[in-house]
Design a protein around this ligand. Structure first.
Ligand SMILES: Cc1ncc(COP(=O)(O)O)c(C=O)c1O
Length: 398
């Protein structure tokens, strides 16, 4: 019997999908479930996006397209970057892919040989560790607990970079919702300048989802000499409510963009014309849906934070972006709920789902087992009851 490649024994299904699946099963069985589990934006893009897709269908060539992406889409992304404060890119610096996830996988393939070290903070987005595992890279994770607001310090970064090939930075963060201030980004950039052999991948796909007026800041503006090593990853998934359309972008040095084009030419060839047209319309059309949703998420964040911080013992650093909160719930460990012992984050999420019908993702999926992730993109009407059920759950612990 032939067998699978060894790397498949290292590939794991996403822990987030496992929770979502269980919640769906309970829902199908008639239970009243409120899901705070999947990180999908839960809104649709503006009508102009659908209009552009329909028009593209009427003039579809049906042919293969550019491995890099069509010029119009590359130009729209360059303009989008400029509007977000990142200027100075030309088409040769840009490539498209099937979502940021595909771009991140391709970047890892392009930059990491087996045994190479990739550094990133914990909590991390689950896929980072999985990609490193599949490619046999060594993940050097840097613990950033709630007590340091889940943020990486310059000293931690400085100590971790010797011998590393890649530093992977995610700002705003999934799962914590943390956003680095201008000063914090500048302090990390100073450290990066002192380690010239390290590539810097910025997974900044939530850069349009920032609250409290703190703004989005990047390493290149802080230290322009980093431009030759900084690789910016972006996507239309969250910003425009288009996760299923699967469009991601990379902006970076020419050889990096070219590496993505070469991998595309061997994997996917091109994104479909209709998808490209929709992405172009999203980037260059009216931004009112994105702006309105950001305001809505900011209000929801306030309500989530108020509910969580009202629970004795729960610690929730203030999220300032994306649509996640990541409370430290370790105060519950060692207690029981309705006779069930809560030994860890997985027990807690299980008991919460079983007893209250609220689905959250255990923090261990993100490398931080003292926490759980709440994704608050659910319909607004479900937010208050979901939060009340979490409060009830904690009040019932014995
Ligand atoms: C931090 C982060 N990076 C990348 C992605 C992947 O996004 P895309 O839908 O563009 O593949 C996600 C999606 O959840 C994410 O949270």
């Amino acid at each position: 019997m032939p067998h699978l490649a060894a790397r498949m024994s290292r590939a794991k299904p996403s822990a987030i999908m496992v929770v979502a699946e269980k919640a769906n099963q309970l829902k199908a069985a008639g239970r009243d479930i409120i899901s705070f589990s999947i990180g999908v934006p839960n809104f649709l893009p503006g009508e102009h996006v659908y209009q552009a897709a329909r028009e593209a269908l009427t003039r579809d060539s049906g042919q293969y397209g550019s491995n890099r992406g069509p010029d119009g889409l590359l130009d729209a992304f360059i303009k989008h970057l400029e509007e977000g404060g990142l200027g100075g890119y030309t088409r040769k610096n840009i490539a498209t892919g099937i979502g940021a996830k595909h771009i991140l996988y391709n970047l890892a393939e392009a930059l990491l040989d087996p045994g190479d070290v990739i550094v990133f903070p914990t909590p991390y987005w689950t896929t980072y560790i999985d990609i490193a595992d599949i490619l046999e890279a060594t993940a050097r994770t840097l613990p950033c607990p709630a007590s340091q607001n889940y943020k990486l310090t310059p000293a931690q970064l400085d100590a971790a970079l010797p011998g590393a090939k890649v530093f992977l930075f995610n700002n705003p963060s999934n799962p914590t919702g943390m956003v680095y201030t201008k000063e914090e980004v500048a302090a990390l950039a100073d450290v990066l300048v002192a380690h010239p052999d390290v590539w810097i991948i910025c997974d900044d796909i939530y850069n349009r989802m920032v609250f409290d007026g703190i703004g989005y800041h990047n390493f290149i503006n802080a230290r322009p000499e980093l431009r030759d090593r900084v690789i910016h990853v972006d996507s239309i998934s969250k910003t425009y409510g288009m996760p299923g359309w699967r469009v991601g972008f990379v902006a970076g040095p020419e050889n990096i963009a070219q590496a993505m084009v070469t991998l595309n030419s061997n994997h996917i060839t091109n994104l479909p014309e209709v998808v490209n047209a929709a992405a172009l319309a999203a980037l260059s059309g009216p931004q009112d849906v994105t702006i309105a949703k950001n305001a809505e998420f900011s209000l929801k964040r306030d309500r989530v934070l108020a509910a969580l911080t009202a629970i004795p013992g729960v610690v929730c650093p203030r999220p300032q972006g994306a649509f996640y909160a990541f409370p430290d719930i370790s105060c519950a460990f060692g207690k029981s709920h309705a006779g069930k012992r809560i030994g860890n984050d997985v027990d807690l999420c299980d008991a919460l789902l079983e007893s209250k019908g609220v689905a959250c993702v255990p923090g261990s999926a993100f490398g931080e087992p003292r926490a759980l992730r709440i994704s608050y993109t659910c319909p607004t009407a479900q937010l208050a009851p979901g939060l009340a059920r979490i409060q009830e759950f904690f009040a019932e612990l014995t």
